[in-house]
Design a protein. Structure first.
Length: 90
């Protein structure tokens, strides 16, 4: 995966998704982290798409946060704080 070929907005969203995973003690960046990051971009395409589909973005964001909260946290000896991997699913 060549990160440099991503658009600037995509790079920003992916970087934010990594930060979200690290903040929560998750070992992997998963689709939910990326979706949450995309929802946070006020001038991004995803919130506009939801608006056009008449889907309330806050309810989607709330549901995504519930999913993220259910991801197991990793801590203790042997973990590297702030180091996260991309999940195969993402």
């Amino acid at each position: 995966m060549d990160f440099e070929k991503f658009t600037l907005k995509s790079q920003e969203a992916f970087t934010r998704a990594q930060a979200k995973a690290a903040e929560r003690g998750h070992m992997q960046v998963d689709a939910e982290h990326l979706l949450a990051a995309l929802l946070e971009q006020p001038d991004g395409i995803f919130p506009k798409l939801l608006e056009r589909l008449e889907v309330p973005a806050p309810s989607v964001a709330s549901r995504v946060e519930e999913e993220i909260a259910g991801i197991p946290k990793v801590s203790g000896p042997g973990t590297e704080p702030g180091k996260v991997y991309v999940s195969p699913r993402l």
